[in-house]
Design a protein around this ligand. Structure first.
Ligand code: CMP
Length: 139
């Protein structure tokens, strides 16, 4: 089934110069990038994006980190894109993510883990609406 999902290169990925590397892997897999936006997000935009994590121990640090610099948001389309992109990025903890995944190859951190990807088609639509809204930020 053709799906679309949202992939975000986080502030650490952007500042480390990994935008091209991440998007290259998505395209090499055969998925299509159909929308792209670089945005320096407001705290409000990040709070909306991560509403499901509100109240968790890592939430405040996560919001500060995600609003600390520009991010690159990409809408990705293809066969089972939600699952395929999640597999490309690997598990949350960069120290445990297997080599060959984006996090496994580039991150040693749970928080600064280079990328985010939606975990369901419904979340993808919500997250796309959130980060592509003009009021998400500037750039
Ligand atoms: P992401 O896949 O974007 O989903 C939530 C984010 O919270 C996660 O990646 C990490 O960047 C961050 N985070 C920080 N600490 C934790 C933790 N202990 N467990 C899960 N996510 C964490």
């Amino acid at each position: 089934m053709i799906q679309r999902t949202l992939l975000i290169v986080k502030p650490d990925g952007v500042s480390r110069g990994l935008v091209g590397e991440v998007l290259k892997r998505v395209e090499a897999k055969g998925l299509r990038i159909t929308r792209l936006r670089m945005v320096y997000p407001t705290r409000e935009c990040i709070e909306k994006l991560y509403d499901i994590h509100k109240g968790k121990a890592f939430y405040e640090g996560l919001v500060k980190f995600m609003a600390s610099g520009p991010i690159v948001a990409a809408v990705i389309e293809g066969e089972e894109a939600v699952k395929v992109v999640r597999n490309l990025i690997g598990p949350t903890n960069g120290r445990e993510a297997p080599p060959g995944t984006i996090r496994g190859d580039f991150s040693l951190s749970i928080q600064e883990n280079i990328v985010h990807a939606a975990d369901s088609p419904e979340r993808a639509e919500y997250e796309i609406e959130t980060v592509f809204a003009p009021e998400c930020g500037f750039y």
